[in-house]
Design a protein around this ligand. Structure first.
Ligand code: R5P
Length: 312
């Protein structure tokens, strides 16, 4: 795809892609897909840990800043906000935050008094820093759009991951939502794979421990393909795999958009009998390499959206 151009009041506005440390590889693939050079971006940390990004000339241009906010979450969040501000102050015509994995989206409601509404705080911060539009991939909650005062483009990795699963998914397979929040996502996989959905009702005991309370659906003698928006510690998938087996099913395959894989998640999944974990390149985890983890790129999905939005 060639670099698209659009005119604004007669002036040609070029596409510019800025990418930072959390999304270097994905950003380079997106830029290559769009045949667009990456705009230079130099992140200079101070000795005390403060970040000082410097971006190249983006004056009058349509700028897409690509950075996921995976671990280390706060460093990447601040880096992204500083870059958005740098582009705005550099006179960009329009600034879009492309956040393939949007951290804090799980905090989309307050379960008890005293909690913050983390998702809202983060989208407000991105908009405050200069984002005039957001692009996200399979956010934990679609209510991000309702919380956000600027347009949100929601992309999905489901066709990529379901396509990669399709050839090896047995006819008797069921798509497993490992908690109630994953039901809609499971339905989207099920539509592509042509398999029914079963649901696990889970109870979270702590940040890394969950209990599968109940399995809704018939799985005896079948193969469960567990799908979720993200894997962090692997506790949710582990619990789902165990309850599936307790009900007579196989549970060897998992697909997730965001493989954060922290705290020994990969070993945990392997120990739980998971043989294949399909993730995308929205985040990079050091834990995945050389293991059961398969990375499928969504660069073309992000590139298509950028190309489309740029030409609007
Ligand atoms: C929560 O509802 C999410 O969709 C994931 O199920 C959860 O964040 C995964 O975390 P972990 O891998 O630590 O269980």
């Amino acid at each position: 795809m060639a670099t698209a151009l659009f005119e604004n009041g007669g002036a040609i506005v070029n596409l510019r892609i800025v990418t930072a440390r959390a999304s270097t590889t994905l950003g380079a693939s997106v830029a290559a897909t769009l045949a667009c050079d990456l705009t230079a971006c130099d992140i200079r940390p101070f000795p005390d840990g403060e970040l000082r990004p410097v971006v190249g000339d983006v004056g009058g241009e349509d700028v897409f800043v690509i950075e996921s906010t995976g671990p280390p979450v706060h460093e990447h969040l601040v880096e992204l906000m500083l870059l958005l501000d740098a582009c705005r102050r550099g006179g960009a015509e329009r600034v879009t935050a492309v956040v393939p994995y949007l951290g804090y989206a799980r905090q989309d409601r307050r379960d008890r008094d005293g909690e913050a509404l983390g998702a809202r705080v983060i989208v407000d911060a991105l908009v405050g820093a200069g984002a005039q539009r957001l692009i996200v991939v399979d956010p934990h909650t679609t209510s991000v759009e309702a919380m956000c005062s600027v347009p949100v483009e929601m992309l999905t990795a489901v066709p990529v991951l379901a396509g990669a699963l399709a050839a090896t998914t047995p006819d008797d397979a069921v798509v497993v939502a490992p908690d109630l929040g994953a039901v809609k996502l499971a339905e989207r996989y099920a539509a592509v794979l042509g398999r029914p959905v079963v649901i696990v009702r889970k109870h979270r005991l702590s940040g890394d421990t969950v209990r599968a309370e109940e399995l809704v659906g018939d799985v005896d003698g079948r193969t469960g393909v567990i799908v979720d928006d993200m894997i962090s510690t692997g506790g949710t998938i582990e619990a789902a795999a165990r309850i599936l087996r307790a009900h007579g099913a196989e549970a060897g395959m998992v697909a997730t958009s965001h493989g954060l894989l922290v705290g020994g998640a990969t070993q945990r999944l392997t120990a739980a009998g998971i043989a294949r974990v399909l993730v995308t390149d929205t985040v990079t985890s050091g834990e995945g390499a050389g293991s059961v983890v398969e990375v499928h790129s969504i660069a073309h999905v992000v590139a298509e959206a950028i190309g489309r939005l740029h030409s609007r």
